[in-house]
Design a protein around this ligand. Sequence first.
Ligand code: NAD
Length: 272
Amino acid sequence: MQKPNNRLAGQTCIVTGASSGIGEAVATAIGLDGANVVVNYNSHPEIAEEIAHKISINNLCGDAIAIQCDVSKEDQVQAMFKQTINHFGTVDICIPNAGLQKDATLHEMSLADWQLVIDVNLTGQFLCAREAIREFLRRGIRPEISKSIGKIIHMSSVHQIIPWAGHANYAASKGAIVMLMESICQEYAPQKVRCNSIAPGAIKTPINKPAWETPEALTELNKLIPYKRIGVPEDIGSAAAWLASDESEYINGTTIFVDGGMTCYPGFTTNG
Ligand code: NAD
């Protein structure tokens, strides 16, 4: 486990979809760095409560609570921010991470499966970012806490640039995150908002279990990864904690790819 660092002491962070996979690791890393953490979940409160409990035990400066909210619903996102501000006073860091896949070939994709992926992966990130910016502007900058007024870290994917047959809804949702994130940076950087994305490659979580659960599948997957190992959620957690801290202060409007080189097109290693 990462050592406590406390770069985020005095700050409060909401991580959506934090009751499994990448979100759990990000919430854990942010907590180890001293921030108060909101572990957002949509279902299974007992799992989220347990994660928040573990984070608060290891957090030397802050606390953690679990809050239910479906990120695709405006009223629920607003209620989550209200509850967070009532409990911790403000929000300094927002990490919209909740996401899902509903895979189908395009000619067989239902409108419902298209819409659900866009609603959660894209609209959910818009709603969270909007509430975060409203709170940053309301509160104003606190130079003793952070050089930025607030930080947003969108959880994107290598599929923001790599097309993905059979997953057009997912790839479209992540491609749109680029323009959302960069437009937010352009619009609010003058007020000292930092808005960036993390684009994970293949990370071992429930979302992509078929891609790593058998040795054969893992061998196939490793062909796409120059570094020759699947990522683990902690690879994303440590990147997120650093990106939320003032150590990365001058990074704004950027996507950090955490992918073992997947976006270096390993298929071209011996061809072309
Ligand atoms: P995961 O399935 O473990 O986590 C997704 C989380 O989002 C779950 O906890 C789920 O309950 C939550 N969620 C889904 N719909 C929700 C809603 N409406 N409201 C609130 N929460 C909701 O998978 P993961 O791999 O940890 O995915 C996290 C993020 O990382 C996603 O945005 C995903 O697209 C992205 N990502 C994952 C990988 C990977 O290889 N695992 C690669 C690139 C990007």
